[in-house]
Design a protein around this ligand. Structure first.
Ligand code: CAA
Length: 386
């Protein structure tokens, strides 16, 4: 068993680390306060090859391994979850999904532009009445001349206000007699299509404040027949397989948040003096630091192992859900402890730990809550009754 990283994976990690620490971390607080992410960051990431990640060069990608991609997400997440979240949706949920399910013509049409950041993608699954129950979506695709008319709404759609391309999951009217998950189809839609209306989600979010989240309405929005992704009725599997990539991205992002909590806590507790010594020398503080380090490394092994399985071409649904569940829960506890270790200072945005604490809660929820990950894990290990 070899736990060392390959030189090419380390190179991608270092590219992402340099970008994240020099370009993102210094403005993360400002982005959080303003509630927006500069578009220049996207162009910069595209130039570095961080958006095309696992795609081959043929489609404008960087040809990196899944492990390298996880390392990139970890480094971005260490600096800012909003930036990491943008890339995970764009690259893992959209690019990798089109790459896996698209026809040659669809791949040629979309992938290069997405990989090079000329166009931005979003993934439209969640609805007001269908969050965890993804097969329960109500958005409807009805056959029209040469394609489908889409009607319905989607909420919490990351990147959607700035996206050019939307992956839309809808019930197919022709398949209404099928089981719920067998009547869903996936479509690639342009966001400038007539009847595609979007607005920012109302209210101020707890975390991820620099992320863009939209509420979308489809009013007789036409999508040509050849823009269906996969076959009619395959949409649920398309959505779930995309989430297998996206969830690993979230897990790796959580690992990054956890690492940032570790770095900040070590730095602060070594400098802060009380009762005549560094607080890092008190056993109760050390207990918290030791726990934080142990759970960090446990998450790291789960995340890297899931990525390694993807690189071997093996099914990784189980490993991905275990990685997402563990990494997000452990990072949530680490962020809570990091705030506590910083005392009163941790409670204000003078230090970044309060942002980590607010952001990490989102990772526990989106792309399948911790409850859903437990369901996926249990179904994988129990198996179907024969
Ligand atoms: N890959 C391929 N196929 C899969 C799959 C996967 N990972 N998981 C399930 N399937 C298949 C199953 O094999 C089954 O196929 P068969 O009928 O041929 O056997 C079919 O899909 C139905 O599977 P289930 O019976 O398990 O379906 P279910 O309705 O019970 O749902 C669930 C299972 C795990 C709860 C699923 O609904 C789920 O993951 N829910 C959470 C949805 C989610 O993560 N939403 C977040 C959306 S993205 C977001 O947060 C916002 C954003 O902007 C990114």
């Amino acid at each position: 068993m070899d736990f060392s990283l390959r030189p090419e994976d380390v190179r991608w990690r270092d590219v992402a680390r340099e970008f994240a620490q020099n370009e993102v971390a210094p403005i993360a607080r400002e982005m959080d306060e303003k509630g927006e992410m500069p578009m220049a960051l996207i162009a910069h990431m595209a130039k570095l090859g961080l958006l095309g990640s696992t795609l081959t060069k043929e489609y404008g990608g960087s040809g990196m391994s899944h492990l390298a991609q996880a390392l990139v997400y970890e480094e971005l997440g260490r600096a800012c979850s909003s930036v990491r979240g943008f890339v995970t949706v764009h690259s893992s949920l959209v690019i990798q999904c089109i790459n896996a399910w698209g026809s040659d013509a669809q791949k040629k049409k979309y992938l290069d532009k997405l990989a090079t950041g000329k166009e931005i993608g979003c993934y439209c699954l969640t609805e007001p009445e269908a969050g965890s129950d993804a097969a329960g979506i109500q958005t409807m695709a009805t056959h029209a001349k040469g394609g489908y008319l889409i009607n319905g709404e989607k909420i919490w759609i990351t990147n959607a206000n700035i996206a050019n391309i939307a992956l839309v999951f809808a019930r197919t009217a022709d398949l209404e007699d099928a089981k719920p998950h067998e009547r869903i189809s996936a479509f690639i839609m342009r966001t400038d299509s007539k009847g595609f209306d979007r607005e920012r989600m109302p209210g101020k979010e707890l975390g991820h404040r620099a992320s863009d989240h939209a509420h979308i309405h489809f009013h007789d929005c036409f999508v040509p027949e050849d823009q269906m992704l996969g076959a009619a009725g395959q949409g649920f599997k398309v959505a779930m397989s995309a989430l297998d990539h996206g969830r690993l991205g979230v897990a790796a992002g959580a690992l990054g948040v956890h690492q940032a909590c570790m770095d900040a806590s070590l730095d602060f507790t070594r400098k802060r003096r009380q009762f005549g010594k560094r607080i890092a020398d008190f056993e109760m503080i050390q207990s918290a630091l030791a726990e934080m380090k142990m759970t960090l490394e446990a998450s790291r092994h789960l995340v890297y192992h899931a990525a390694w399985k993807k690189d071997q071409g093996l099914d990784s649904t189980l490993e991905t859900s275990m990685a997402k569940l563990h990494a997000t829960e452990a990072a949530l506890k680490a962020a809570s402890d990091a705030v506590l270790l910083h005392g009163g200072r941790g409670y204000s945005n003078e230090y970044p730990v309060e942002r980590y604490y607010r952001d990490i809660k989102g990772l526990q929820i989106y792309e399948g809550t911790s409850h859903i990950q437990r369901i996926v894990i249990a179904r994988q290990i129990v198996g179907k009754e024969k």
